[in-house]
Design a protein around this ligand. Sequence first.
Ligand code: ADE
Length: 229
Amino acid sequence: MRIDIIAAVPGLLEGFINHSMVKRARDKGLAEIHLHNLHDYGIGRYRQIDDYPFGGGAGMVLMAEPLAICIDQLLAERKYDQIIYLTPDGEKLEQARVNHLSLSTNLLLICGHYKGIDHRIRDLYVTLELSVGDYVLTGGELAAAVLTDAVVRLLPGVLGNEESALSDSFQDDLLAPPVYTRPEVFREQRVPDTLLSGDHARIAAWRHEQSVERTRRLRPDLNQDSETT
Ligand code: ADE
């Protein structure tokens, strides 16, 4: 999978793509991530990328032209499954959407900044608008990092244990069960006996019960159909 990210502050993403799981995915040739600095497409001597909003109001707006030049250049090279604009007024990102996006070949992410981007870019190019939650970030870069992380970790071969992505919280609308590692006793708190029993069927049943109970208590809004299975 290839992910192109257009950002006014690409430095915010450099550390992220050069570490940990995403770096591993890139090193293994499973994901290619390309950062594009919007300033490289800026207008005039000062490489301007933003301007005051028509109609007045506080804050600056990312201009259409630099974004369009950059997007056109990328579109001339390949097709994208989705051109995604990260914005607080987009569809709230959930696991089902992430699963679907992980089947893509090419994704193009556009990070907003300040008050957002000229709306014509949304009308002309963007195929999907995503929000990472009902709060406002300074720019879309951190949201792009969230989306990239969530998608790349699902690519086959990225996680050591294939099963571990499928057993994540939210894959079946259930929160994950509690997990423990050594020592068996920590500050007088014992690991639940079942997990030490070696009885795999009992452990699986215990984990499912815990998931259902935690979901009901902590996230009653999640669909509870799976508790009957
Ligand atoms: N840009 C600023 N805030 C955002 C959010 N909550 N989600 C996605 N992009 C954003």
